[in-house]
Ligand binder design. Structure first.
Ligand SMILES: *Cc1c(COP(=O)(O)O)cnc(C)c1O
Length: 416
């Protein structure tokens, strides 16, 4: 039988809920560190390797501080995300700025921080020069266009708004070289939540081939390749997780085949994963407040889609554990929809889910919510974002963001 484990039990959460009312996010520092180290250890063979945590996935600065101690950098695409990096003491090439349709103010801030600027369009080189001046190091984001056998949430790269075409990549580096830029990087990201090891091998291979071609055609030596994010999480207990160690080995083999014989080594490898670093460390804890039996049976909880949008928005699966009710204990199982209170019928955490017999007052743990969870929160329908708590390595819990109150909801209004 497949199941998922949690680093706490019902008693622990009941105690916590006396101090911090549900719903709340609880992040496990140990799991966060373990998954950060998975990147640094898997790619230890590559001198200069760096994982830039995609702040989009979880913008809580306390988590970013932890990741910084694991030697991760930050990947930003907005002004507040750059400010978050600055706040936790990241600067210079610890920050990757991978944005698109970028406002001038953001380029100016990124340049001031000395961040690695990754351009999403040919025209952005002059836009950057005009507004912020040119840095010594520039990177371009490559959109490979038609790819073999690629299915992803991002979809067909031809339909994606991101990056430069292959022809434009050569033009971009030639233009950058003419403008006196000395250091160069290449970025691509064509997957989202991908669980196939082979996919990342294939991506790395095509990127390495492009590095060779850029050197041959433009005489530009690439210093790093950024393989983006998209490293998948096995949200369903029966799914086979991505094997990042194996992925890194396959990329190593390709490096030895293509980069070393071409004398293009050292070539640094960068990643900008959000999901695989943070998802597993975060759990959304919520209490059952209603049960309703109409054409279907509904379990109503005190969290809603404003706290975790992925199931409602993408139909994404998040595993749910009823704390204190083991999944395979032989307890009666029932099939239910687990719903929040938002007035949209998509606002469900699970549809037709088999769970142990649920009662009002039960605590439900919604797994793997540490990435693209709190981060996608919103206030639609007057729903407020919940608190975030950190289960520290020493076993104590610390609040790292308080819950919003109606005052926060009214804070930006200008009322007569
Ligand atoms: C969203 C995003 C990421 C992170 O993606 P994950 O699926 O969380 O790994 C990295 N880079 C860019 C440019 C992104 O847009």
């Amino acid at each position: 039988m497949f199941s998922k484990t949690l680093p706490f039990d019902r008693e622990f959460i009941e105690k916590l809920a006396e101090q911090y009312p549900t719903p709340f996010y609880l992040y496990d520092e140990k799991t966060l560190r373990r998954n950060a180290r998975l990147f640094t250890e898997s790619f230890a063979w590559n001198t200069g390797f760096k994982e830039f945590f995609a702040i989009k996935a979880n913008p809580n600065p306390e988590l970013l501080k932890i990741l910084k101690t694991e030697s991760l950098g930050g990947d930003c695409s907005s002004l507040p995300e750059l400010l978050i990096c600055e706040r936790v003491g990241m600067n210079g090439e610890e920050i990757m700025f991978t944005s698109n349709n970028t406002p001038a103010t953001e380029f100016i801030k990124a340049k001031k921080l000395g961040a690695i600027i990754n351009l999403d369009d040919l025209a952005h080189l002059e836009f950057l020069e005009h507004h912020a001046g040119l840095p010594d190091l520039i990177s371009f984001r490559w959109n490979p266009g038609a790819l073999r056998d690629v299915e992803s949430v991002i979809g067909n790269p031809v339909e994606a708004k991101y990056g430069l075409t292959t022809d434009q990549i050569f033009e971009g580096f030639a233009m950058a070289k003419r403008k006196g830029i000395k250091r160069f990087g290449l970025h691509t990201m064509v997957a989202s939540n991908m669980l196939q090891n082979e996919f990342f091998h294939y991506t790395a291979k095509t990127v390495f081939e492009l590095v060779l071609e850029i050197e041959r055609r433009v005489g530009v030596r690439i210093e790093f390749v950024n393989l983006g994010g998209g490293f998948g999480v096995a949200y369903r207990p029966e799914q086979t997780p991505l094997d990042l160690k194996r992925v890194a080995e396959m990329i190593h083999e390709e490096y030895d085949k293509l980069i070393i014989p071409s004398n293009l080594s050292p070539l640094k490898i960068f990643t900008e994963s959000g999901r695989l670093v943070a998802a597993e460390s975060g759990t959304l804890l919520t209490r059952v407040i209603h049960e309703k039996n109409i054409y279907k049976r509904y379990i109503g909880v005190d969290a809603c889609m404003a706290n975790l949008m992925r199931p409602g928005m993408y139909g994404a699966y998040h595993h749910i554990t009823a704390l204190g009710k083991p999944e395979h204990s032989g307890l009666a199982v029932e099939t239910v929809d687990v719903v929040g209170s938002l007035c949209e019928n998509c606002a469900k955490f699970a549809v037709d889910r088999a769970l142990p017999k649920i009662e009002i007052g039960d605590l439900l743990a919604i797994h793997d919510a540490g990435a693209h969870g709190y981060a996608m929160g919103f206030q639609y329908n007057g729903k407020l974002r919940c608190a975030e708590l950190l289960l520290q390595e020493n076993g104590t819990v610390r609040m790292i963001r308080r819950a919003e109150t109606p005052d926060d909801y009214f804070a930006t209004l200008i009322l007569k």
